[in-house]
Write a protein that binds this ligand. Structure first.
Ligand code: FES
Ligand code: MG
Length: 564
């Protein structure tokens, strides 16, 4: 029954007392106090990382999912052992959950290594939890499967179907524009986030769940079952059973699964989904840990021929429950098969091509997915830019931008992250026009932990005139649920002397997405002269924020800490 002749995981890993026999004795003595005997302990032990928290409403239903995974582990002859890690709820974590992604990755990796287990199931869902867990898995040398809580269901207000959080942003924009009054915006609030689970659109959580499935670190069909569904619980049980097999076989280590072809498949699916811009940063970080050489511009080149075929907000019309009813990620992969490496083998141990043989061809009722012959838009959902404003790269989600702004030249209006941004933009005395390019700086990883502030609000005066999009450029990220003509992740960031630091109000900026350029139209000598006046800010005085600011890698390299 034991996974290896060296005995149970309880015995193979040891607490250091200078007496191995005593360590084994004491472990079993303490576990006896919890009701475990040798029959329990001499079998594959499966650690289950639990991230339920009152501060993470998306993970509210995790106890039920945990029970399902436990049941699967027991059915397959393993012993489930729950352990907690940090939980990152997107909305309640200040100043931004991204500041703690690497901390969660460290916590998770270290616990997988430190605690006796033959394999692990990592339960996550909300935006940063899945990337952190993937990063941890890539660094761990035990079989690992990820399982997510699943998306929330949509709500409805005055006949409008609503889902977090693209609609949250749209309604708030309407409120700022004077279309919805205080009573209406408050009433709508109760219908935006209606159940447990992750955001209902193709935001970061949905994107990362989908890509985890594509990478092969989650069993097929795991990304889309809603949090409240039996399908979610059945997938949890399946995951519990499979991880026991993986632990017994000692195969399916994350580094065997996270190969370069697997990442290339993930990049192509990201384009087909019109997925979150945050996925670029997260995939770069996971690849780096997995020892896969992946560069930012490959997100553009690898996916150069893959069109948008999934009709979910913010790029399209629908919600995750619709994608689930349309067959989920396996149905998306079926359509994309001509573009994919079908020899990749994830946690199932079966090649992708073989798995897809069992997936039916596209049917009309699969409304959230279309075919390669009838794509929703041309290739290029995510474009990687370079230019004098972003020598090391910047990105834009073309699929969620306004076509008329993809080539635009306009004067800069600059705000620094330290300012009260909404107040500055809404000041009736400012002379912002819809031709302006809004520049936000000091919002990169070093400056601020890389918050999601890049989709700056449209100045109230313009919003009331009906303007809903403008070109915005920053070293920040934006939420996967956001939309607009927003250039993000400018690298190097302003805080380390990147060119954003040199921009002055009125400077002309030219965005040319077809040419993949973003440029500040001042001469090089002026740019350099302005940057000589720049001085780098002191890092925070102590603690995690100091370690983070001193060791975080730039956005174009995944923003992991340099020593991880
Ligand atoms: Fe948790 Fe959107 S806030 S997934
Ligand atoms: Mg988000």
């Amino acid at each position: 029954m034991s996974p290896s002749s060296a005995g149970s995981a309880i015995d193979r890993s040891r607490t250091s007392y200078g007496d191995e026999g005593f360590s084994r004795y004491l472990r079993r003595a303490f576990l006896a106090s919890a009701g475990y005997d040798d029959v329990d302990l001499d079998r594959p032990i499966i650690g289950i990382a639990v991230t339920r928290s009152d501060y993470n409403t998306c993970h509210r239903d995790m106890p039920g999912l945990l029970e399902a995974v436990r049941r699967g582990v027991l059915e397959a002859g393993g012993l489930p052992m729950e352990f907690p890690t940090i939980s990152l709820g997107e909305i309640l974590t200040s100043p931004t959950s991204m500041l703690y992604r690497n901390l969660m990755a460290m916590d998770t990796e270290e616990m997988i290594q430190a605690l006796p287990m033959d394999g692990a199931v990592l339960l996550g869902g909300c935006d940063k939890t899945v990337p952190a867990q993937l990063m941890a898995a890539a660094s761990a040398d035990k079989p690992v499967l990820l399982e997510v809580v699943g998306p929330m269901l949509t709500g409805s207000w005055r006949g409008q179907r609503l889902g977090a959080c693209t609609d949250c942003r749209r309604l708030w924009g309407d409120h700022r524009g004077g279309v919805l009054d205080e009573t209406e915006i408050t009433e709508a609030r109760g219908e935006l986030v209606t159940t447990a689970g992750t955001c209902a659109v193709m935001g970061t959580a949905s994107t990362m769940a989908s890509l985890t499935e594509v990478l092969g670190m989650m069993l097929p069909g795991g990304a889309t079952p809603p949090a409240s569904s039996g399908a979610r619980l059945r997938h949890g049980a399946l995951t519990g059973r499979r991880i026991v097999e993986m632990a017994r076989e000692g195969r399916g280590l994350p580094r065997e699964i996270l190969t370069r072809p697997a990442f290339e498949n993930a990049i192509k699916v990201l384009a087909a989904l019109g997925g979150s811009t945050n996925a670029l940063v997260h995939l770069l970080a996971v690849a780096r840990r997995a020892g896969v050489d992946l560069a930012l511009d490959e997100f553009d080149t690898v996916a150069a021929h893959v069109p948008l075929i999934v009709d979910l907000k913010p790029s399209g019309r629908l919600y995750m429950e619709d994608l689930h009813r349309s067959g989920g990620i396996p149905a998306v992969l079926k359509q994309l098969a001509p573009h994919l490496d079908l020899t990749t083998t994830g946690a199932t141990g079966t090649a992708l091509g073989e798995l897809l043989a069992d997936v039916p061809e596209h049917q009309e009722w699969q409304t959230a997915i279309t075919t390669l012959e009838r794509p929703l838009s041309r290739p290029g959902a995510l474009a990687v830019l370079t230019g004098s404003l972003a020598p090391n790269g910047a990105i834009i989600k073309t699929s969620a931008a306004s076509p008329h702004l993809l080539r635009h030249t306009g004067p800069a209006f600059v705000v620094d992250a330290s300012q009260d941004i909404a107040a500055v933009l809404d000041d009736p005395d400012n002379e912002i026009t819809e031709e302006h390019v809004l520049v936000l700086r000091y919002s990169g990883p070093v400056a601020a932990g890389f918050p999601e502030s890049g989709a700056l609000p449209i100045p109230a005066k313009l919003a009331r005139q009906g303007v809903r999009d403008m070109v915005r450029i920053s070293d920040a990220r934006m939420s996967g649920t956001s939309y607009g003509t927003v250039v993000l992740h400018c690298d190097p960031e302003a805080a380390v002397g990147g060119p954003l630091a040199a921009v002055e109000n009125g400077d002309l900026i030219r965005l040319d997405v077809p040419a993949r350029r973003v440029d500040l139209l001042i001469d090089q000598a002026t740019l350099e002269e302005r940057l000589t006046r720049y001085s780098r800010a002191e890092p925070p005085a102590r603690g995690w924020r100091r370690l983070y600011a001193q060791t975080v890698l730039p956005a174009s390299q995944g923003a992991d800490l340099d020593f991880l």
